[in-house]
Design a binder for this molecule. Structure first.
Ligand code: AMP
Length: 395
């Protein structure tokens, strides 16, 4: 029997599915967006006909509709061999991917307070496919798990100890599935074993984080208790002075409003006053829009500072790696960022950078650079499919 692995990625208001065969080839993918709203929309990639959804569909309904559409269109011939779910927060409970049983569901639920927008919808996806395919092994792959190797000096905040022991306040880190993929893919491209490879991985999408990876293991990362800390992002501020909350309180601004602004109205959007989309910002900056140029400048400067900070965790550096929509595609962001890092020995080759390293196996550094610099497409779905396939064998 041919194997098929279904990958389920439930976001706060969206859902993405991918179906892989046993040779790790993606056979089909689908997306549902604006869930829980009247304008919810869903389609299978490459298919013009949208998939019909109930009114105001929730994640479970959308997932079941899309899986039924896969079956009707014979993209799937029956139950998949295994199902991998992306789960955002595994707290300190999950250090690696797990087979899902009732205990795992309870434990994922108990981490929901740390990711209230994500873990409940991840669980809705798990519930939907467990109902639809009760005999298929289901696997949870966590965004936080890869960072569970952080030492206390990297994961503890300088707060009273009780904040950690009573409330689990610590740095968890996110985008772990992507950073793990980068660690392995960079090692492969460099012809080294992952366990002997140390990189700095910059995942720059609408959310952005950077991770120091020492001999294949995460040793420091920029996102913290929540995915708000660290780099400047599309709509998130990244690092700010926590004194901001008290100052704005004295100005009559409620804590909830500051929280909303930091998550949804800051970052590239906040600075530019225009958009959270880097490609559009670059176009606006080219036409002389000052605030857009400033947003790009602040984004790159913060990123460069973090590259420097991540070097403090490493004793060798085999490559700086760029990935995510911005990391993979923005010539300008990579050039500006590395321009700040010449003192550390990074030198970019402008021609290779223009071509995103496509003809040089991802390499974009100048021959005189002290360190290789790579541009690599991430593939989180593939990591989830591989983990699902691996753990299903133990089922
Ligand atoms: P992601 O969340 O990984 O899909 O990344 C989304 C971000 O990548 C958005 O800010 C896009 O504007 C950005 N992006 C995609 N393509 C380009 C491009 N060619 N140049 C600059 N930014 C890009």
């Amino acid at each position: 029997m041919t194997q098929s692995i279904l990958v389920v990625n439930c976001g706060s208001s969206s859902l993405k599915l991918a179906l892989f065969d046993e040779n790790e080839k993606k056979i089909a993918s689908a997306i549902a967006e604006r869930l829980n709203g009247q304008d919810a929309f869903s389609r299978i990639d490459g298919d013009k006909q949208p998939v019909t959804l109930p009114t105001n569909p929730n994640h479970k309904q959308a997932l079941q509709a899309l899986v039924s559409a896969f079956l009707e269109r014979r993209l799937m011939s029956g139950a998949p061999t295994s199902i991998g779910h992306r789960v955002v927060h595994g707290g300190e409970t999950f250090r690696e991917a797990v087979l899902i049983d009732d205990d795992a569901v309870k434990a994922i639920n108990s981490c929901a307070g740390l990711a209230p927008l994500h873990n409940p919808v991840n669980l809705a996806g798990i519930e939907a496919t467990r109902e639809q395919f009760p005999d298929t092994p289901q696997i949870a792959v966590f965004d936080t798990a890869y960072h569970q190797t952080l030492a206390p000096r990297a994961f503890l905040y300088a707060l009273p100890e009780a904040y950690y022991s009573d409330w689990a306040v610590r740095r968890y880190g996110f985008h772990g599935i992507s950073h793990f993929f980068m660690a392995n893919e960079a090692a492969r491209r460099l012809g080294k074993a992952p366990e002997n490879t140390s990189i700095i991985s910059a995942h720059l999408g609408n959310g952005c984080s950077i991770t120091a990876i020492k001999n294949g293991q995460s040793v420091d990362t920029s996102m913290g208790l929540t995915p708000l800390e660290g780099l400047v992002m599309g709509t998130r501020s990244g690092d700010i002075d926590p004194g901001l909350f008290e100052y704005l309180r004295t100005q009559g601004v409620a804590v909830e409003d500051v929280h909303t602004v930091l998550n949804h109205k800051s970052g590239l959007l906040g600075i530019s006053g225009q958009t959270n989309d880097m490609r559009t910002l670059c176009e606006l900056a080219d036409t002389g829009h000052q605030a857009s140029a400033l947003a790009i400048e602040i984004f790159c400067f913060r990123l460069a500072k973090y590259v420097g900070a991540m070097m403090a965790s490493l004793s060798q550096l085999d490559a700086l790696v760029f990935t995510g929509g911005i990391g993979e595609n923005s010539v300008q962001v990579r050039e500006k960022t590395l321009g700040h890092l010449q003192l550390l020995g990074f030198i970019i080759d402008t021609d290779l950078n223009e071509h995103h390293g496509r003809h040089t196996d991802g390499r974009i550094e100048h021959p005189n650079s002290s360190f290789p610099v790579l541009v690599l497409p991430t593939n989180e779905e593939l990591v989830i499919a591989r983990e699902a396939s691996r753990l299903a064998q133990a089922y």
